[in-house]
Design a protein around this ligand. Structure first.
Ligand code: PGA
Length: 254
């Protein structure tokens, strides 16, 4: 049984005006969906308070990054404990932009996952290969290594607080999406890696990300191992984000 999740990663975009318009719209439209989707909004950290106060119980809130340390002299950082304190149910870890621009290695990802688990915040751990790695036939191996190392410290009931997002780097913000069958194949491979690691793989939600739009979401979400999406650009347009939430097949959890 897996949760169906559509999470909007705003990255470094947005304003208080967008929070008001978009969260207000999603809050009013979400109750009309009967497909059991969980909508998550992941704004820049400064707006988390604004989003939580408007979101209501139906919309979950997440943070885009947390520190690998508990607390202390780390100017500019935000801790997992603060994320929980401010009402975040989710946090992204290891987004490819963090890996590429902020030197977030698999070891750092693992430390951040540990921080989040200690606070009971769900870690959405992002993995994905570059175009060069895909063209060299290494995509599955690269992603498997990211999963094994990033989640290497997780055990027992902690797996309930783990979501994995497969985001091929070449598909992020480029308008290129993996075909639904390529995405499904990678999700299946991630699930078997998780199973090898002793995780309850059938119970872990796997999201696809990378140029998910209103017009390609339904085909992706129809795949048996794609349990939702991590949405960048399209999550900044209220109607597009809602259409993607709507594209989730009806029915109970998977
Ligand atoms: P995109 O971003 O939907 O704009 O491609 C996805 C992401 O980076 O999470």
């Amino acid at each position: 049984m897996r949760r169906k999740i559509v999470a909007g990663n705003w990255k470094m975009n947005g304003s208080r005006g967008l929070v008001e318009n978009l969260v207000g719209y999603v809050r009013s439209e979400l109750p009309s969906l009967d497909n059991g989707v969980e909508a998550v909004i992941i704004p820049p950290a400064l707006y988390i308070g604004d989003v939580t106060s408007l979101a209501g119980a139906q919309i979950a809130v997440g943070v885009q990054n947390v520190a690998r340390w508990d607390s202390g002299a780390y100017t500019g950082e935000v801790s997992a404990a603060m994320a929980r304190d401010c009402g975040c149910r989710y946090a992204l870890v290891g987004h490819s932009e963090r890996r590429q621009l902020f030197a977030e290695t698999d070891a750092v990802v693992a430390e951040k996952v540990t921080q989040l688990l200690s606070q009971g915040v769900v870690a959405i751990v992002c993995v994905g290969e570059t175009l060069a790695e895909r063209e060299a036939g290494q995509a599955e191996e690269v992603v498997a290594t990211q999963v094994r190392k990033g989640l290497g410290n997780v055990s027992g009931s902690e797996w309930q607080k783990i979501v994995v997002a497969y985001e091929p780097v070449w598909a992020i913000g480029t308008g290129k999406t993996a075909t639904s069958s390529d995405a499904q194949a990678m999700h299946q491979s991630i699930r078997s890696v998780l199973s090898d690691m002793g995780a309850p793989a059938e119970a872990i939600s796997l999201l696809y990300g990378g140029s998910v739009k209103a017009d390609n979401a339904a085909a992706l979400f129809a795949e048996p191992d794609i349990d939702g999406g991590l949405i960048g650009g399209a999550s900044l347009v209220a109607t597009d984000f809602m259409s993607i939430c709507q594209a989730m097949p009806a029915g109970p959890e998977r």
